[in-house]
Design a protein around this ligand. Structure first.
Ligand SMILES: [Zn+2]
Ligand SMILES: [Zn+2]
Length: 160
C-alpha cells in the first residue's frame, strides 16, 4: 500500500461523508462558483484597483497645473514686505506674482508691475522696453504666440 492508495482512500471517504450532507446541492454550488468567485474576489480587486488609480490620477497632476497657470502668492521677506521676482509681472496690492505675459491683475484688473532684470527699475508690465536701460522683456502672451497668421493683414479688404 503506497501513499497514492492512502490518499485515494481518504478522498473516497471524504466524498462519502460529504455526499451525505451536501450531495443534493453540490451541482448548484458548482454552477454558482464562477459567480461567487467573481463577487468575492474579482469585484473587490477591481474596486480596489479603480479606487487606487482614481486617487493617483486625482492627486498627481494638480499641483503642477496650479504653478504653471494663474498667479501665485509672492514670498514674504523678513520685514513683512512681499518679494517679487525680477522680470515677472506682479500686483503689489494683492501680493501676487503672475506668469510671464500677464498684463492685468485677476482680482481688480489693475495694471501689473514688472521689475527690470537688468537695472532693477520697476514699471508697468504693458511697457516691454525698460525706459532706464533699454532692455526688452519678451513677455509675449501664449495666445499671441500660437496665432496662425503672424504676417501683415491682407490690405484693402476692410478699408473704407
Ligand atoms: Zn491685484
Ligand atoms: Zn532696466
Amino acid at each position: 500500500m503506497n501513499i497514492v492508495d492512502v490518499l485515494n482512500e481518504i478522498w473516497t471517504t471524504i466524498l462519502e461523508v460529504t455526499s451525505v450532507f451536501v450531495m443534493p446541492d453540490w451541482g448548484v454550488v458548482i454552477g454558482w462558483l464562477p459567480v461567487l468567485i467573481l463577487l468575492g474576489v474579482v469585484m473587490p480587486f477591481l474596486t480596489f484597483v479603480a479606487l487606487g488609480s482614481l486617487l493617483y490620477v486625482a492627486r498627481k497632476p494638480r499641483t503642477k497645473v496650479v504653478f504653471e497657470e494663474g498667479p501665485r502668492v509672492a514670498e514674504i521677506g523678513p520685514g513683512g514686505e512681499s518679494i517679487f521676482p525680477v522680470g515677472l509681472p506682479h500686483c503689489r496690492r494683492h501680493g501676487l506674482v503672475y506668469p510671464s505675459g500677464t498684463l492685468r491683475c485677476e482680482e481688480d484688473h489693475e495694471d501689473l508691475a514688472v521689475i527690470c532684470p537688468m537695472c532693477g527699475l520697476g514699471r508697468t508690465a504693458i511697457i516691454d522696453t525698460c525706459t532706464n536701460c533699454g532692455l526688452v522683456l519678451k513677455v509675449k502672451p501664449r495666445a499671441v504666440a500660437v496665432r496662425t497668421t503672424p504676417g501683415p493683414k491682407p490690405g484693402g479688404a476692410a478699408a473704407a
